[in-house]
Design a protein around this ligand. Structure first.
Ligand SMILES: Cc1cc2nc3c(=O)[nH]c(=O)nc-3n(C[C@H](O)[C@H](O)[C@H](O)COP(=O)(O)O)c2cc1C
Length: 354
């Protein structure tokens, strides 16, 4: 256990949101861990043309305002997703809105897209010296009269500043947002984004002419929705799907007294559900879309389970709340060892193997 892992445990004496604030401040002050290990080439991959030196990324929600992508890449992540950012700053839901389910190693949050808005996010990205890919997870303001327009605004504003985009329509904490996952709404959203992207490609900011765009989905999808989402994402030229966001379901097994709090559940209690949904997406994916697996990863075995279910890369957040940042290097080492033990030469070779 590293000094940073001990610090993470010490932070549990604080309210969870205060602890998060202290963590971000520490990372900004340069107090974060640095993973000095040489990156194991077995974990290297490409995601829609974007090279990542390792396939373990930081999920959205940890760095909502793009304040610390550099420190999180130094800590060992292969890519870092910042946001969700909305066009206008917004306060989010009243506190408390973040709960640790200690007995279950889970987290429930109903933050409600608290963030400093696109201006601050763009300014932070402009200042960044990040040694790896940084994505922007974009969303809509709660009070917006044109939620779809908010996504277009985010894409336009951050084009050339981030290495990829994630269209987040799966937060359970903005009422009505997940209705954008239904066919007609998704077609309108992705249609307007595709149009904006076509125009932006002409600009070629940063001497690059295109950036990957992913859709992030909930794990709570009815039969048939998976197939519709795959078809629609492919039809409008998006590059892939992140499976998944937090769940509104509550497994029977939860022990913590916080289990009935409203919001999205994440961490190990989400692992099985999100992996099953990922597998459904993989089975429906006849279009060569990139799938990224998130939900409950706390070990190299969990990461490998996502990859075998069809993910080309993975993301994690909640397990780090309990284990500290040393978890990142442990997951990578363990994943690399397991890939070798199972006879895979590269992580790509293990994708979708069951
Ligand atoms: C406190 C917290 C805030 C989150 N905020 C966001 C967010 O703003 N946007 C988003 O797409 N996902 C958000 N998520 C979801 C994570 O990105 C991830 O999809 C989910 O937690 C499952 O991964 P995990 O079990 O490794 O945490 C948040 C999760 C947590 C715990």
């Amino acid at each position: 256990m590293t000094i940073h892992d001990l610090a993470a445990r010490g932070l549990h004496l604080l309210d969870p949101e205060d602890a998060h604030g202290v963590t971000i401040a520490g990372l900004k002050a340069g107090l974060g861990p640095v993973d000095h290990a040489v990156e194991d080439a077995i974990l290297r991959t490409r995601l829609a043309g974007m090279t990542v030196t390792n396939c373990v990324g930081l999920a959205a929600g940890f760095d909502k305002n793009a304040e610390v992508p550099g420190p999180m890449l130094h800590a060992g992540f292969g890519f870092v997703e910042c946001g969700t950012v909305t066009p206008l700053p917004q306060a989010g839901n009243p506190r408390p809105r973040l709960f640790r389910l200690g007995e279950d190693r889970g987290v429930i949050n109903r933050m409600g897209f608290n963030n400093a808005g696109l201006d601050a996010f763009a300014a932070n990205l402009r200042r960044r010296r990040a040694p790896g890919p940084v994505g922007a997870n974009i969303g809509a303001n709660k009070e917006s009269a044109d939620r779809i327009g908010d996504y277009v605004t985010g894409l336009k504003r951050l084009w050339g500043l981030s290495d990829y985009f994630t269209v987040n329509i799966s937060s359970p904490n903005t009422p009505g947002l997940r209705a954008l996952q239904t066919k007609a709404a998704l077609e309108e959203l992705l249609g307007r984004l595709a149009e904006a992207r076509r125009d932006l490609r002409q600009i070629g900011a940063d001497n690059r002419f295109d950036y990957p765009v992913f859709l992030k989905v909930a794990p709570d999808l009815a039969d048939g929705e998976v197939e519709t989402i795959v078809e629609t994402v492919a039809a409008f030229g998006l590059d892939g799907i992140i499976v998944s966001n937090t769940t509104i379901s509550r497994p029977e097994s939860l022990q913590s007294s916080h289990r009935a709090e409203a919001g999205g559940l994440s961490g190990p209690p989400l692992m099985d559900l999100s992996t099953q949904v990922l597998r459904r997406f993989h089975q429906a994916n006849d279009r060569d879309l990139v799938l990224i697996g998130a939900g409950g990863i706390a070990s190299g075995a969990d990461a490998l389970a996502k990859i075998r279910a069809g993910a080309r890369a993975v993301q994690l957040y909640s397990a780090m709340v309990f284990e500290g940042p040393g978890l990142i290097a442990r997951v990578k080492r363990d994943l690399a060892d397991r890939l070798r033990a199972e006879g895979f030469a590269t992580v790509d070779a293990a994708v979708g193997t069951g």
